[in-house]
Design a protein around this ligand. Structure first.
Ligand SMILES: Nc1ncnc2c1ncn2[C@@H]1O[C@H](COP(=O)(O)OP(=O)(O)OP(=O)(O)O)[C@@H](O)[C@H]1O
Ligand SMILES: [Mg+2]
Length: 328
């Protein structure tokens, strides 16, 4: 049984212009210890997807479909039961570390909190474990800084503290949503290396969201390319990088910052922009921006085409796209 099985997941949000679907029938599975990346332009639904796994969506959001985590269905789970899973079986690292940290609590208290809450540890034991975690994530001189507050640390150190919190209960799944974009370049690399070594050491599964194709290439074994709330291409990272079968994936690669450009830079945009949710077409979400568009693209949601190496692409123009690539 896979650790995580997402099937036909839909998330409807209330927007200023009425209800709209931010996630439109996505599915994937993740085995224990497996690593998966999610890539796509701003607004394509990456964060909403992982927030639905964590039960962190706005209260007005409507979720349908299935999210099976270690055999249990999470869709429709009452908040109390979701609390048992969040921060315990599933840990999350946020883009901006202060999202997870509370400015008025010491770091010993915050990192120890999930251990008291989920594992029933005493204050003294939680403090001891918090120290070990903070040392493991590389907080210098952690023993003498346990009673310091988040603002007394640098951005990179705060992200390390956020990672220690996410790991406190030994989760089976770690979710990292753009964990390094708020940090400067040299620190980004260190944080990603830390995440990578912790994932390997603890055998956790990882879902890593990034705008940066280089980060995806180096950190995950499989990937989803998302656009307009849909997965347009998915498969082993090596296969997706080699084939780039979907015109949107090709656009992402073409828009990639030149080698040597700062990591985490937002992708240079593909021509046109991501439509607002309520304006997304009923057919292929990329139809309005894609140079291969024909009438059918506007009316029918493309089915998944199976490619070699367990690689899937949702596009009805694959032959034309491939012919163009070969001729280019
Ligand atoms: N609370 C909300 N209420 C209404 N719409 C929302 C809400 N949160 C996000 N959205 C919309 O849902 C869509 C998907 O948002 P999401 O945050 O998942 O994008 P993303 O892929 O994570 O983008 P980014 O790369 O900028 O983080 C966007 O159109 C966004 O405007
Ligand atoms: Mg996001």
């Amino acid at each position: 049984m896979p650790l995580l099985e997402v099937d036909n997941l839909h998330v409807q949000l209330q927007t200023q212009r009425g209800p709209a679907e931010a996630v439109r029938g996505i599915g994937f599975t993740l085995e224990r210890g497996e690593t998966m990346g999610i890539v796509g332009e701003s607004g394509c639904g990456k964060s909403i997807t992982v927030q639905s796994l964590m039960g962190l969506l706005p209260a007005s959001a409507k979720v349908t479909g299935s999210i099976r985590f270690d055999g249990s269905e999470l869709v429709g789970l009452p908040e109390r039961a979701m609390c048992e899973i969040r921060g315990n079986r599933i840990g999350m690292i946020f883009q901006e570390p202060m999202t997870a940290l509370n400015p008025v609590h010491t770091i010993a208290r915050q990192v120890g909190e999930p251990l008291r809450l989920h594992r029933g540890l005493s204050n003294a034991d939680a403090r001891k474990d918090a120290l070990a975690l903070l040392e493991r994530v590389g907080i210098p001189d952690a023993a003498s800084r346990l009673d310091a507050y988040p603002h007394q640390f640098s951005g990179g150190q705060r992200q390390r503290i956020g990672i220690a919190m996410a790991l406190a209960c030994g989760p089976d799944l770690l979710i990292a949503d753009e964990p390094t974009t708020a940090l400067d370049v040299t620190i980004q690399k260190q944080i990603l290396e830390l995440i990578q070594s912790l994932v390997a050491e603890r055998g956790m599964a990882l879902i890593l969201i990034s705008h940066d194709l280089g980060v995806i290439a180096q950190n995950v074994s499989k990937m989803l390319v998302m656009y307009g709330g849909s997965v347009v291409e998915s498969g082993p990272t090596a296969a997706v990088f080699a084939e780039r079968a979907h015109p949107y994936t090709q656009g992402l690669f073409a828009a990639r910052p030149a080698l040597g450009a700062p990591r985490g830079l937002k992708l240079a945009t593909i021509k046109g922009s991501v439509p607002e949710l309520v304006d997304l077409p009923v057919g292929c979400p990329f139809a309005g921006r894609c140079r291969f568009t024909i009438d059918d693209c506007h009316t029918t949601r493309p089915p998944a085409t199976q490619m070699p190496h367990n690689h899937q692409v949702r596009c009805i123009r694959l032959e034309e796209v491939a012919a163009q690539e070969a001729g280019a």
